[in-house]
Design a protein around this ligand. Structure first.
Ligand code: RIB
Ligand code: CA
Length: 319
């Protein structure tokens, strides 16, 4: 009987989603039951190709990959950001995928997988929440089969990245985020605050890229791409930090606060608004402002070690 945590991943592969997939597929702590794709970092078709390409490149087992929403619920989403490269995954030149996606929509795949699971499953959501919101709206009872959602998104105290107030995943589909995050489900939010804390240096990325491990070479190639794009001497592990927090929760500081997603602000649409006032000051209807767990900071050296070890390249870290 495996002690690995059964998980589902929702991605918009993207370079840092690829880093997250490398970690999730390499970690003995996780049992990846399925991967669902959604438009975000790049157009949906490219997200699917990148996800399948990555799994082939590391010789992953035949984990099901399903194609989901090709846009946000109210389509005022954001254009694909340039930072992931022209193919959305660091332009590594990996061979085209041989494996295919399953022939059911991601929402139906999630419903079936959750319904058929013996125990509730953990969902790791690294992209705009369009697939997850549609699942919850179409099949509300399926929430009983969700153990917890770990969501990369939003900001706690840091500025946004997509706009001054909003983080990309939430701003891409704010209505979807509201459906998922306002509903009182067991959520752990991994916002930009910890997201920005964990990186590899350029020289560590170069050492990864020269490693004998395929996973490490891909991670290093992605890291070097981000270093070049930003003209920086380091690159974030991004979404992989969310997976690290699932694998090793001891490395994350978690607080619980009421939070709402801003839907209508002309400058603040997609912001995650945390109410950190004292309970006495909260003079509103608690039914609206549901509390959720939020990672406020992480032990970055611990997660760097976790990531490098999972890639079979612990030796590259310049500690
Ligand atoms: O804002 C960062 C998030 O948006 C990451 O998940 C990145 O992959 C993009 O989806
Ligand atoms: Ca992502």
């Amino acid at each position: 009987m495996s002690s690995a945590l059964p998980v589902l991943l929702d991605v918009d592969t993207g370079g840092d989603d690829a880093l997250a997939l490398l970690l999730a597929m390499a970690s003995p702590a996780l049992d990846v039951r399925g991967i669902t794709c959604v438009e975000g970092n790049c157009p949906l078709e490219q997200v699917v190709v990148n996800t399948l390409t990555l799994l082939d490149a590391i010789g992953a087992p035949p984990v099901p990959v399903a194609v989901g929403m090709n846009g946000s619920i109210i389509d005022d989403g954001l254009p694909p950001p340039a930072l992931h490269g022209s193919d959305g995954m660091g332009d590594l030149g990996l061979p085209k995928p041989r494996r295919n996606a399953v022939d059911v929509h991601a929402v139906e795949f999630l419903r079936r997988t959750l319904a058929d699971a013996r125990e509730p499953l953990t969902m790791i959501c690294l992209a705009p929440l369009s697939n997850i919101a549609m699942l919850l709206r179409m099949y509300p009872q399926i929430a009983e089969k969700i153990a917890r959602l770990y969501v990369m998104g939003g900001t706690y105290a840091s500025p946004g990245n997509a706009t001054p107030a909003a983080e990309f995943n939430i701003r891409c589909d704010p209505e979807a985020a509201a459906i998922v995050l306002h509903g009182g489900l067991p959520v752990t939010l991994y916002p930009l605050d910890p997201f920005m804390q964990v990186w590899f240096t350029e020289s560590e990325a170069r050492a990864l890229a020269e490693s004998t491990s395929a996973s490490a070479r891909i991670a290093g190639g992605i890291g070097l791409h981000y270093c070049r794009f930003f003209g920086a001497e380091y690159s974030l592990i991004g979404d992989a930090g969310t997976v690290a927090a699932v694998i090793d929760p001891e490395g994350a500081t978690v607080e619980r606060w009421p939070m709402r997603v801003e839907l209508s602000g002309s400058e603040t649409r997609g912001a995650t608004v945390f109410d950190r006032r004292s309970a006495r000051q909260r003079d509103y209807d608690d039914a609206l402002w549901k509390g959720l767990d939020v990672v406020t900071e992480v032990d970055a050296p611990r997660y760097r070690r976790l990531m490098a070890s999972a890639l079979g390249a612990a030796h590259v870290l310049a500690e």
